[in-house]
Design a protein around this ligand. Structure first.
Ligand code: ADQ
Length: 459
């Protein structure tokens, strides 16, 4: 009998309409839909009386199981340590990293609270798969309650270099806590190497193949690059009614103009100001493109309560006004910047109608938008992906036009090259990118991780 799977992540669901969800939820629904299990995490609700009382909800062969947070817990654990400290730090933004002892204590308390909530539900043979930077210490807390199950952790964001990580006052305790897992997975080999480097130099650890030993425990550390359900996404872009409607409507609106598309959560790691500057530079340097090309940037607001996110929002609004003020004609608006989310179906259609996918994060664990853009293209008339070298996806997607997002002129030139690229070259690049997406899809990611978690050799 297959062991039951218990997935732990900050947000649980949605299970049905994943259209409005972030990358993690999208990938987990793909991973969980074919297996018995529990998906456990925060309900998204704040309740002053929140303790460890669970809410259970059945969804087919899967039980959704959630806890509420108090306002204080939410401020310290979620907005505080997770999103004002770990998120910027792991994305190399030491300048934005707010370490606060209170945040850190709150984070550990919430990890402990979630461990206490889950512990009574566990069966001895369960496999526990914990996700992302919100729960670095979860296994450590669960083991302190006596749990013996196999536990794996997957980090969706980059793992920083040891010099960067060492700026965090409690770096040692956090890495030590990771050693309570049996398997620790990263998006890329470089992330894994940086983890190993830290453990060797800061914790006198030793490495033997995929095994790494430190703090009296041996665990497995490996790269498991996350994928999308590429075939299903391609199918949706081609066949789904809503996708087709958006595709047609957009093409009709564009006429003979080419569209460049960007789709991101509004976040300072996504390189949006640099992207807008590169687009402005494109219009500056290649006058013949004025009136002929538009940039559609879809970036719904996220983490709106965190100060740094308010700043980036104001900055982008200013830049949009400036670029449009400078270049617009009465029948052409160069930059369209939308702050609302779209359903996955609509996105698929919008990707398909766009000649260029522009994905230029300054740092990104993987970036699923790059993969979705490629999957959504028409095989016979595909668009071109322009991709930051600092997205984990660049390791796999080598046939994209790889750019340095800080090099504004370089990105502008890559955009020009993408817009001019002959059909033959576009088809070749696209075919090989799409093959890669199908080979290393969401199921491949899940199966490899679960194999390692079950203690089996991974192919
Ligand atoms: P995110 O930082 O959220 O994820 P990403 O990988 O691009 O980034 O995932 C975004 C997902 O949300 C995509 O599936 C996309 O379609 C969806 N999305 C984005 N903008 C949207 C919009 N405007 N409307 C609707 N949907 C939108 C984190 C890490 C990434 C890592 C993922 C998965 O930061 O590096 O790839 O987890 O591991």
């Amino acid at each position: 009998m297959t062991a039951r799977l218990v997935v732990v992540s900050n947000r649980v669901g949605p299970v049905k309409d994943v259209g409005r969800a972030g990358g993690l939820a999208v990938a987990l629904v793909d991973a969980l839909k074919s297996r018995d299990g529990i998906w456990y995490g925060w309900s998204g609700k704040i309740d002053e009386a929140a303790g460890t009382k669970l809410s259970l909800e059945g969804a087919g062969n899967l039980t959704l199981c959630t806890l509420d947070l108090t306002e204080q817990e939410y401020d310290d654990y979620y907005n505080g340590f997770a999103n004002r400290c770990l998120w910027p730090l792991f994305h190399y933004r030491i300048d934005l990293t707010a370490f606060d002892r209170q945040y850190y204590d709150g984070y550990l308390r919430v990890n402990n609270k979630f461990a206490r909530g889950l512990n009574p539900l566990l069966r001895p043979e369960d496999l526990i798969w914990v996700h992302d930077y919100h729960f670095l210490a979860f296994a450590h807390e669960l083991r302190s309650l006596g749990a013996q199950q196999r536990m794996g952790f997957f980090l969706h964001i980059p793992f920083p270099s040891r010099e960067v990580l060492a700026t965090l006052p409690n770096h040692d305790a956090l890495v030590r806590a990771l050693f309570a897992y049996d398997v620790v997975g990263f998006q890329t080999q470089s992330d894994c190497d940086r983890f190993t480097d830290y453990v060797i130099h800061e914790a006198e650890g030793s490495v033997l193949g995929d095994k790494i030993r430190a703090y009296g425990r041996t665990i497995e550390a490996r790269a498991f690059p996350i994928g999308i359900d590429a075939m299903a996404f391609a199918e949706m872009a081609k066949e789904d009614g809503e996708a087709k409607r958006q595709d047609l409507k957009m093409r009709k609106m564009l006429g003979d103009r080419a569209q460049i598309i960007g789709v991101d959560r509004l976040d300072y790691t996504k390189g949006l100001p640099e992207r807008f500057l590169a687009f402005e530079r494109l219009l500056e340097d290649y006058e013949e493109l004025r009136g002929k090309v538009t940039l559609l940037e879809i970036a719904p607001v996220s983490r709106a309560e965190v100060e740094e996110y308010k700043d980036i929002r104001a900055q982008l609004e200013g830049m949009t006004g400036h670029i449009n003020g400078r270049f617009s004609e009465y029948d052409w608006t160069p930059l369209r910047y939308l702050n609302r989310p779209f359903s996955r179906r609509s996105l698929a259609g919008l990707y398909r109608a766009s000649k260029v996918g522009l994905v230029t994060p300054l740092r990104d664990g993987m970036n699923l938008v790059a993969k979705e853009y490629v999957a959504a293209q028409d095989d016979e008339e595909p668009g071109v992906l322009v991709l930051s070298r600092f997205a984990g996806a660049a390791r796999q997607m080598r046939e994209a036009l790889i750019v340095n997002p800080y090099d504004i002129k370089g990105v502008a030139d890559a955009l020009k090259r993408a817009l001019d690229m002959p059909l033959e070259e576009r088809k070749e690049r696209h075919a090989s990118l799409k093959q890669g997406l199908i080979r290393e899809d969401a199921a491949h990611w899940r199966d490899n991780f679960l194999q390692a978690l079950a203690g089996e050799a991974v192919s």
